[in-house]
Ligand binder design. Sequence first.
Ligand SMILES: Nc1ncnc2c1ncn2[C@@H]1O[C@H](COP(=O)(O)OP(=O)(O)OP(=O)(O)O)[C@@H](O)[C@H]1O
Ligand SMILES: [Mg+2]
Length: 485
Amino acid sequence: MKILSKNNDTVKILSSPDEELLERGDYLLIEDGGNKLLIQVLDIEYADIPGILEDTLRELSIEDARSLSSVDPYSVGSLIAKLREARLVIAKFRGVLVNGELRNDVLWLPSRFNSRIIKASSSLVNELSRTSGRRTLLLGECMSEWFTINAESLDGRLTIITGKKEMGKSHLAKLLVLGLVEYGARIIVFDMNGEYGGLSKRVDGIESDLSNRLKVIIPSQNFKTSILDAGLKTMMDILRYVYDTPSASLREFSRVWYLAERVYGKVTLRGLIEALTKTQMNESVREALLSRLLSIEDLDFFDDENPQSIEDLLEELDYGGALIVDLSKSLPHGRRLVVEYFLSKLSTILKNNKYPPVFLLAEEAHLYLRDTYWDDLVTRMRHIGIFPIFVTNQPDMIPDSVYRQADNIFLFNFTNDSDLDYLAKASRVDVETVKRIVKTLPPRRCLVIGRVVNDLPIVVKVRELPVKTMGETKLFFTESQQRNL
Ligand SMILES: Nc1ncnc2c1ncn2[C@@H]1O[C@H](COP(=O)(O)OP(=O)(O)OP(=O)(O)O)[C@@H](O)[C@H]1O
Ligand SMILES: [Mg+2]
C-alpha cells in the first residue's frame, strides 16, 4: 500500500487487490521513521487511472478472441494488469502517535514512498480508545479481538443507541444495563416491549446471578401509588401535558385540591372528584376536569388505600440494580401518565439529595416523553443526577439538540439517507464516517462514537449475553408449522 493523497482529513491509499482483506472501520498505521499516523478505513474503490475506460473497452472487444495468444516480448502484461486492478482505500485521519499518545494538533506527514502501511493491532486501538476508569465492560469484538469500554464513561453522560429495526439495539442496551448493575449502579428502565424482565433468567431458564437486583414493576398491576404521593405539582403536570388541560381549568384544579385537603384531611382521587362535583365553578370547566379525573381513575394507577412509593422501590436498589418499568401493557395515555409521575418524583427525590444519581434507559422515548422533557433531561436533570440512555429506531423523533449534546452514540445500521442526515448532526463525529460505515453495517455490529471510545470511532461486533434477552419478533409462521407443510 502507498499513500496517494491527503485532503483535509481524508487520506487516500493505493493498494493492490491481493492485499489483506480490510473491513470498514479498521485502523491502519502509517509508519515513517519513529512516527506513526493513525487512519481509519471507510471504504474501498477502484483507482481511477487515466485511460482505464479506453483500456476496459478494448478488453471487452477482444474478449471473444481470448484464445489467440498475444505477443508480449518484454512480459509487461502482468504488470499492466496489476496496475489496472489497483484499488483505492479511502480513510480518515485520526491522529499522529507521539510517544504512545494520539495527537490531532501535531503537523506531520509520512513520506509517500518510504512509509510502511500496516493494520493497527487491536490492542493498540483498544488502548487508544480507553478512557480513564477501572470498571471495564466487555462490549464485544473489534478487529477480531475482545473490545472493552469503561463503565465510568457512561456516568454523568447522555447516551443514544439507534439503528434500524432488529439490528440489536435493545440487546446492547441490556448488555449495558447488566454491566452497570454489576458495578453497583442504579438504573430505571422504561421498557416498551416488556423484554427486560428476561434478564433475570439465564438462557437455560435458571435464575441469573443478578436476578435479585432486577425488579420488574407493571404499573396498575403490581405497582400503584397514591394521589398524595404524586402531589399537586405532578398532578397538574399530568393534567397539562397528558390531558391537554387549559390553564384556566388548571387553576380551578388547584383550588379543588386545597378544598379536598381541607374537607377530607388528606387528598385522594375520590375526594378530589367529590370536591369537584360539590364546589361552585363554571360548568364547562367542571365537566372538563371531571372527565379527566374519571379517566385517570379508570387507569387504576392510583390506589389511595394501599399505595406504594417510588422511594421504597429505590431503597431496594441500594446496592445497585435495575428498576424495570414495564410499559408494554399500558395504553398510550397511561404510559405518559406513569412516565410523568416517575420523572417528576425522581427529580424531586434527587433534588433533595436523598438519593445517589440514577441512569435512565428509555426505549422509544418519543412515544411517552413530552416535548419539554427532552431539553430538561439533557440539561437540568443531568445536574441533579439523571443520566439518560435513549434507544430508538426513529432517529428523527429525537430533537436535534439531544444529538448535538450526546456524549456517546452507538449506531447500528441505517440505509436510509434521511435517517443518516439526522445522525450526522451529532457533533462528535464527521458526516462521512457516519454515512460510509453505518450504511453497510451488518446486524449486531455498531459504530461507537464519543467519549466512551475517547472520540475514536470504533466498529464493534456486540457479544452475546448469557441471559434471556427476549427481543425476538413473535412469528406466525413458526418452524413447527413449516414442518407440517
Ligand atoms: N450481539 C448479539 N448476539 C446475539 N443475539 C443478538 C445480538 N444482537 C441482537 N441479537 C438478537 O437479535 C434479535 C433482535 O435484537 P434486538 O431486539 O436487540 O433488536 P432491536 O434493534 O432492539 O429491534 P427493535 O427495533 O425491533 O426493537 C433479538 O432476538 C436479539 O436477542
Ligand atoms: Mg428493541
